[in-house]
Design a binder for this molecule. Structure first.
Ligand SMILES: Nc1ncnc2c1ncn2[C@@H]1O[C@H](COP(=O)(O)OP(=O)(O)OP(=O)(O)O)[C@@H](O)[C@H]1O
Length: 792
């Protein structure tokens, strides 16, 4: 296991597909020793589902089979990786490595849970592809990383992403969930952040990862969401608990979640001598894991103290399953039998090395004690050497830093060196205002010091063998501890922290109902509200009887912001966080679809319009009754007639579903939909026109509103030469005149059969709509009036 130390990805994923457009994914997290399997039908030729998952796992390695079995019309997963994930290491493994039978056996043996509890028996027949991907992935980890997964230690989940809300990769970009748009794309200031950046006040890497995973795949289970919200209620109403928990969490080492995987993976036995050095590195990692575990277990009683009288289910459950679990005390006791009480987890490299060398109690192993003496002697000799140079060469500010790769080296401020450095100093490198260098003597002492440390590690590992085996037997409690710490980090340091830094009642608890409406009172954009002090809140109401809202308004009036705001609020609510609104009732959303058209086109051979159509097709093919769809200016990228026709027919299609749709548009004629369909509501953004200037109010009003030639007004404000604007104005008035005449003629010649056809079509739509009687009666009246006035 490599020590990644930072936020580098720890996922290795295997991808495989069959000719029926099914894709199997196995995502192995080396950090938490967990394997997540998913299998699904890839409905879009651009691999939207797969991209979403790859984006979610953000892997360091992608394993694929040779590109021979790509389904018709698809590029194949191997090619997909080349095109979109060129920076990720791609490994092609033979088909024989993708063996589903082997995968099933492996997973049965390695999974911490019983196969029946995993549902493996039924899963096996249906989802063979992800098992095949799992076999290849585990094989690669064994061969390339030299790690063997301990039996019954792996956390395995099936269908991971399908238990959660699904947000496709394009929508993740559109909504700026993880990354904000490049400032030049939107013309916004650099201050704009993503939702992830806003909430990233977590203190551990595991907590940050959990937050990212939650934002990309929010929860769908109301019970879990409410459990988190109850926990937030308790944290926000009990300051002592909130501050107590934040302080206690700091006592746990930041890398606690990593401890677990070092016990899950057994390093392969190294037989040849060349690998000896590597072996010592692995021993070192194991020792540091034991020390880290000891430090974490020492902090556990503090957590118990803080959680003693908690009320909310989630915290009480943590208290019961972790704080009252005697296994932790037993593990701690066993560690205490071998490990010195004073040894602590340290982050400073040399301190960490010393702690690791002295981890095991003195007197347990004679060879270890000798190696330690040699380690101390060489360390002392290095420090004496530095003192000698300080005096001999009059370099009082000579420093002796250490890093794990190079060992000790000298650092001397440039200003202290008059002329040239004495010839003893070698490997001279400038580094800022300092010179870094070494000497032959130091290099030789470094080698001896390192070799003494290696000997200490190897001997220590032998002393720790029995202890580590005993810890491995209780791996599940360590998994639990790691999970709990990540969850607490996210809820306390991110969610509760975000709420506590806002004025009281700015963020409120969302209510969830099973099949109710989506009503948000005075909702605000979670990120923009901190940039605009005078951000204007707005409402939304969607229900089965009114499942489409069409939002109109001139450019810059706030339409896109409103769409993004709604989605971000829903995501926040479904990760179990409070939301920026006065009040809200929500129903659980299973997928969010967005068509916003402000993302760079990833498929270089598609025009803006093609991209728009592909995205819309993807929505249509995947939408369910529980989805939330936001469409911004659909149909603007082609001729106005075709664009309008497409926008209209898309609306009609979406209306026939029970999904909630919000549609922002400049096409005023789309408001006609409301006269035919009672479940369409028209809203517009309020704008005042004074002295030919638009004054944006950003508040939503009922009904449509016609603002003549706002495009021209805005073009003038943007600085288009006045002669150009004047010409445009003349052209507009001529077009308008012609249009009026044409409409009059058209009305006269409108064929009665066409009228009858439209009436019939709308009557059929009404028949299948689930509206109440009053609404249907009203819609029939509107239809009749339109027919009489010839406006159909
Ligand atoms: N509710 C609001 N309160 C305050 N400022 C807002 C609000 N909504 C939007 N804005 C500001 O107005 C700017 C323009 O908003 P937005 O891009 O949403 O307009 P739009 O109607 O979608 O424009 P276009 O039709 O040209 O895409 C935003 O960058 C934001 O700074």
């Amino acid at each position: 296991m490599e020590d990644d130390g930072g936020e580098k990805s720890s996922f290795v994923i295997g991808l495989i597909e069959n000719r029926a457009k099914e894709v199997g994914v196995a995502a192995f997290d080396l950090r938490s020793a967990s394997l997540h399997l998913s299998q699904y039908i890839e409905t879009s030729s651009s691999y939207q589902n797969t991209k979403t998952l790859v984006h979610f796992y953000d892997p360091m390695v992608i394993i694929v089979p040779p590109n021979k079995l790509a389904p018709e019309g698809m590029v194949g997963v191997s090619e997909l990786v080349d095109r979109f994930y060129a920076s990720v290491r791609k490994v092609v493994m033979g088909r024989s490595c993708f063996d589903d039978t082997k995968g099933a056996v492996l997973i049965k043996n390695l999974a911490a849970k019983e196969p029946s509890a995993l549902g493996l028996d039924t899963y096996y027949k249906q989802y063979y592809l992800c098992l095949a991907a799992g076999a290849a992935t585990i094989k690669w980890i064994e061969v390339e990383k030299g790690l063997i997964v301990t039996n019954h230690s792996l956390l395995v989940t099936f269908n991971g992403s399908f238990d959660h809300m699904n947000i496709d990769a394009t929508s993740v970009q559109n909504l700026e969930i993880i990354e904000p748009f490049h400032s030049t794309l939107l013309g916004t200031s650099n201050k704009k952040r993503s939702l992830f950046h806003m909430l990233k006040t977590t203190k551990t890497i595991g907590g940050t990862r959990l937050l990212r995973a939650n934002l990309l795949q929010p929860l769908k289970d109301i019970e879990t969401i409410n459990a988190r919200l109850d926990c937030l209620d308790e944290l926000t109403s009990n300051e002592q608990l909130f501050f107590g928990l934040s302080q206690v969490l700091r006592k746990f080492p930041k890398e606690t979640d990593k401890v677990l995987c070092h016990f899950c993976f057994k390093p392969k036995k190294v037989t040849n001598e060349v690998s000896g050095v590597d072996f010592s590195r692995k021993s070192q990692i194991l020792i540091s894991s034991v020390i880290l575990l000891k430090t974490a277990l020492d902090a556990l009683p503090l957590l118990s103290k803080v959680l003693k009288d908690v009320k909310s289910f989630l915290l009480a459950n943590i208290y019961k399953s972790v704080c009252e679990n005697e296994k932790y005390a037993l593990i701690r006791k066993r560690i205490g039998e071998v490990i010195d009480e004073d040894v602590l987890h340290a982050r400073v490299p040399f301190v960490a090395r010393t702690q690791q060398c002295f981890a095991v109690k003195a007197g347990i192993d004679g060879f270890l004690d000798i190696a330690r003496r040699s380690f101390c002697d060489t360390s002392e000799a290095i420090h004496n050497l530095a003192n000698k140079y300080r005096q001999d060469f009059k370099l009082p500010n000579l420093k002796l830093p250490f890093n794990s790769r190079h060992g000790f080296y000298f650092s001397i401020p440039q200003k202290d060196i008059q002329g040239k450095l004495p010839s003893q100093f070698i490997q001279v490198v400038k580094h800022g205002n300092n010179i870094r260098c070494s000497t032959l003597e130091l290099a030789s002492l470094n080698v001896r010091n390192k070799s003494a440390a290696s000997e200490c590690y190897t001997r220590t590992e032998i002393c720790l063998e029995a202890l580590v085996d005993a810890i491995r037997e209780d791996i599940s409690v360590l998994t639990l501890l790691a999970e709990v710490l990540c969850l607490l980090d996210m809820i306390v340091n991110s969610f509760a922290h975000a709420i506590s830094t806002k004025p009281v009642d700015r963020y409120t608890r969302p209510e969830f109902t099973d099949d109710g409406p989506m009503a948000i009172d005075a909702g605000r954009h979670p990120i923009l509200e901190s940039i605009h002090n005078d951000f204007v809140p707005n409402n939304i109401f969607l229900s089965e009887a009114s499942n489409m809202v069409i939002v109109m308004g001139p450019n810059m009036s706030g339409k896109s912001t409103y769409l993004q705001q709604l989605c971000l609020i829903v995501i926040l609510a479904q990760i179990g966080c409070y939301i920026p609104a006065r009040f809200s009732t929500l129903r659980v959303v299973d997928r969010i679809f967005t068509r916003m058209g402000n993302v760079d086109n990833l498929e270089s051979n598609s025009s803006t319009f093609m991209t728009e159509m592909k995205e819309t097709a993807f929505v249509m093919q995947n939408v369910s009754q529980r989805s939330l769809i936001v469409m911004d200016e659909l149909g603007r990228a082609t001729s106005s007639i075709d664009g309008f026709a497409i926008a209209w027919s898309c609306c009609e299609y979406l209306l026939s579903l029970k999904a909630y749709t919000i549609f922002a548009t400049h096409m005023e004629n789309l408001s006609e939909l409301a006269t035919i369909y009672p479940n369409v509501k028209i809203l517009h953004f309020n704008v005042d026109i004074r002295n030919n200037r638009l004054d944006f109010k950003f508040d939503l009003k009922d009904g449509p509103r016609h603002i003549p030639h706002y495009g021209l007004l805005l073009a003038e404000v943007a600085g288009l030469p006045s002669s150009v604007v004047e010409t445009a104005r003349n052209i507009t008035s001529r077009i308008t005149e012609k249009e009026v005449k044409r409409m009059e003629v058209n009305c006269q010649h409108y064929h009665p059969i066409q009228m009858a056809y439209h009436v019939a079509q709308r009557l059929i739509c009404l028949k299948f709509s689930s509206q109440d009687e009053d609404s249907i009666r009203q819609a029939l009246c509107n239809l009749k009036e339109s027919y009489i006035n010839g406006k159909l």
